[in-house]
Write a protein that binds this ligand. Structure first.
Ligand SMILES: [Zn+2]
Length: 346
């Protein structure tokens, strides 16, 4: 009889003539317990639904806030664009063109927001970004902003902009063998801020603030008068400086990697102020060091090595053997120490 009871559903009534009162009462209790459990489960499900609904409502509020913030940012962006266009209006710009047809320098005077001093915006025309995979055409006023934000996280090792006063040096480190053949690689980004005296004068009397870099965010705004400089390196071969015809004629010669050369050069969008760079290169052993002085090239000129290599002052050329010696057989990291000096105008 016990076995029969276990198999029965608790909804089935027990015959009081065949079962004891205790059995009938136990069946009723089991039925009540099951109903209570079901009721509890329903209440829990209802609570869970309510909390999901609340979470969804909060998500919706968050999405609405994000949309509002995006709309505000869009308005700010449009405002910045309008300001930029206003600055670039032809009737507010003095245009001076060099007689030899070199790029234009455009100067635009504008009262600073504080109202006391005058900001002088100096533009050097558009140029291609020197980063190999980018090559975006950029106005010189926007290049530093572009370098800092579009290339800051790249694997090329550019993590920060090294700010340099004349007389100071900065160090960029790299592994020479990590650089593929024939590809221009950026080693680092510098910002030249003049001599100590120039800095002092600028801070004491900012009556005519020269602005070379616009729209920098608050943490970089102190660099608006600096000259941005990009340091590049390319592993190539000496014949790269020959014309394409001559290169084709030499193509039958076997290209040995020990014939490769390493070319290091620097570029700036500032075509008005001429800079020279003093470069020192060493590995782990600081006693084994190479040194060279190059002029900083203009970024709006071609960055193809075969175009600028015929002029020696444009770049530092290191042979494979020299690099091998400095880097202890390409095992050590190399450290490029850089100092910048301004060439007085003639
Ligand atoms: Zn770029």
């Amino acid at each position: 009889m016990d076995n029969k009871m276990e198999g029965d559903s608790d909804t089935e009534l027990l015959d009081p003539f065949k079962h004891s009162m205790a059995e009938v009462s136990s069946r009723v209790d089991a039925y009540k317990r099951r109903l209570e459990e079901k009721d509890m489960q329903l209440k829990m499900a209802s609570l869970s639904l309510q909390s999901s609904f609340c979470a969804l409502s909060f998500d919706l509020i968050g999405i609405r806030q994000d949309i509002e913030m995006l709309e505000r940012q869009k308005e700010q962006h449009q405002q910045l664009q309008r300001e930029l266009m206003a600055r670039l209006e032809p009737d507010t710009i003095e245009v001076s063109t060099a007689e030899n047809g070199s790029p234009k320098v455009e100067i635009n005077h504008c009262k600073a927001p504080e109202g006391k001093d005058e900001m002088v915006f100096i533009r050097f025309g558009p140029s291609k970004c020197p980063y190999q995979n980018c090559r975006r055409q950029m106005d010189s006023q926007l290049l530093l902003l572009h370098y800092l934000f579009d290339h800051e996280q790249e694997t090329s090792g550019v993590q920060q902009c090294h700010r340099l006063i004349e007389g100071q040096r900065t160090v960029l480190s790299f592994q020479a063998m990590n650089y593929p053949f024939g590809v221009n690689q950026v080693l680092g980004l510098l910002a030249y801020c003049g001599t100590v005296e120039q800095q002092f004068v600028q801070q004491k009397s900012p009556m005519r603030r020269k602005v070379y870099n616009s729209f920098l965010p608050q943490q970089h705004v102190h660099m608006e008068s600096d000259i941005p400089v990009v340091v590049l390196m390319c592993r190539t071969k000496p014949s790269a400086m020959l014309s394409e015809k001559l290169q084709a004629r030499q193509s039958h010669l076997l290209d040995k990697h020990t014939d490769h050369i390493f070319v290091i050069w620097l570029v700036t969008p500032n075509i008005r102020r001429k800079l020279n760079a003093t470069l020192y290169l060493c590995g782990r052993d600081a006693a084994v060091m190479g040194c060279s002085v190059v002029r900083v090239r203009e970024v709006n000129r071609s960055q193809e090595t075969h175009r600028f290599m015929p002029v020696d002052s444009n770049y530092w050329r290191l042979t494979y053997a020299e690099m091998q010696k400095l880097s202890n057989g390409f095992r050590d990291e190399l450290h490029l120490e850089i100092g910048l000096t301004e060439v007085p105008p003639t």
